[in-house]
Design a protein. Sequence first.
Length: 402
Amino acid sequence: MRTERPDRKQADHAPRHDGERGGARSKEREIAFRGIPIVPGVAIGPLYDTAEIPAETPRRTVSADAVDAERARLADAVALSRKQLGKLKTKLELLPDEAQHELAPLLDAYVMMLGNSRLLRGARKRIENERLAAETAVLDEAEAIAAAILAAKDDDKAGLYRRAAEIREIARRLMRNLTATPFRSLKDVPEGSILVAEALTPADAALLDPARIAGVATEEGGADGHTAIMLRALGIPSVLGCAGLCHEAARGAPAVLDGTEGTVVLWPGEKAVERGRESLSAFARERAKLGKLRRLPAVTTDGEAVELQANLEIPAELPLIAQAGAHGIGLLRTEFLFMNREDLPDEEAQLASYAQIVDAMGEDPVTIRVLDWGGEKDMEAQNSGIAPTHGGPNPALGLRGL
């Protein structure tokens, strides 16, 4: 039976069972799941389930004389969360370049949400006005913001889902710190394992070692989220949106994951394993073939030359431009100069940064886009009162220009 859900990109989420569910069926009967193909490639190996310990967050109110204590608890959780994200950023150097470049802007966004953001302002007001416990206030405000985002009239529904997911992710981090709930540990995943989880956050994905983890399969997630982007950057064969997978999975159970087809087979028979090995070999041959093409000139079939240029988010991405075969930067985003700092870069600092990038590109062209800081974003310099806030007749315009 096929089931469709609008938020999961045409995936067939109904698991196909060849035996009974759970412990009643024989573990030698293979069970196939179909989800959303995220990262092409094939993994054959044992499962490693890593379900998170759920945070207990019952709704709770406090007395009037406990309001200050709840505000202090929230402040402590914010400080701890910022510290954790700072440590995570230091670990980025151990990741492949593409993964670093994908996660760094996301972590910057998380840090900004831990500044003078709507989430924290709203949570503080709920503590004061409704006398809610800090974790209840955070949850209520996060869900209110997420609901408002998802209700917006925007053709980019995937973008709206990503923004809502970011709000909920930082709220979960705060709630875990408020309730002292342990975070998922990925240190002990055996080499060659296929990681299985109900959900995987981008921060979780950043801790994955592509040299150790053969594949990733989750029950939740979609093709357009940050986790999917991170997994693509890491190059780990992955399938998301496999409903019911965790119920059937057992640590150490053999499995075949096909990130190209979007399938996961538990307790595979000989034919399924052989198909997996054939697909693995075919994928390796295809990658080797395509790898030779990136150095070739970009020319259409009728002989027209096309100039391929890069979209640069942060300077650390510079080495990837040559690796991808691009010639020049078609869009250099300048927001990185204004992130994670409480002051504004002066003209000399900006000039030095741009000059470094232009020099690195040699004779190739560089197109610089001036500051594009929308009204929905937070800037540390604004929070500290140095930079102007999004005021005026149309605050949604934000800050634009150098």
